[in-house]
Design a protein around this ligand. Sequence first.
Ligand code: IPD
Ligand code: CA
Ligand code: CA
Length: 265
Amino acid sequence: MHPMLNIAIRAARSAGNIIIRSLQHVEHLEVTTKGRNDFVTDVDRLAEQEIISVIHKSYPDHAILAEESGEQGDSETIWIIDPLDGTANFLHGFPHYCVSIGVMVRGRIEHGVIYDPLRDELFTASRGAGAQLNDRRLRVTKQKTLAGSLISTGFPFKYHEHFPAYLATFNAVFPEVSDLRRGGSAALDLAYVAAGRVDAYWELGLQKWDLAAGVLLIEEAGGVVSDFTGGENHIEHGNLVAGNFNIHQQLLNQIKPHLSEALKK
Ligand code: IPD
Ligand code: CA
Ligand code: CA
């Protein structure tokens, strides 16, 4: 295992422990609002500090891009961190959230870890070395058609201005597929595509920390990820379609015609 993946795993597990311990007093947590429907707690911040401290013990010179504390340092290696993806689920006791850590080297994601502390599921990937769930090799599904497929998505609950565009994509996709899921954790949604638990996924308006680790997991599990034009700006722009080769293409075909110019990237 690559030493950076090893450290990412250590950091993610350690953050997961903080999240689990906090469950005993979740109703007393102070919740701060960062933006519309966008909340943060001390658990997010503590988990993030723990991840950064584990990384910096081994790699003091590496840069950080973390959801709660922003950018730190200047290096060709950037650790991209979402300490708690699915904060709204966490706050409501809806058992579906995770820690996500991606390592970008010279603009390319090289390692990724997504850790679900409730189920003790550890999703890992290093470029060229495949994707694993708790040491079991992951593959995307072999589903060939939208008919019969299970697709996950995310609602733009923080960006109501995207709602009409999103609803147009929903209307185009829903009649074609078997059913849709909205889990509330973009990083876990991506991990579940890699694990073959859903056939594909789409969402718009995501941030780098939501995506970095999950994108690599899917690619290493044999899947395809793109932006809404089929191009490669998904990490930069946060609009993303992911799935196995066939379903990715068919989903993209459904979504593409329904997006406003602003979202065509
Ligand atoms: C959110 C979750 C959610 C997605 C949002 C993200 P957070 O992350 O991933 O599923 O729809 O766009 O912001 O705020 O819980 O870390
Ligand atoms: Ca997130
Ligand atoms: Ca978060």
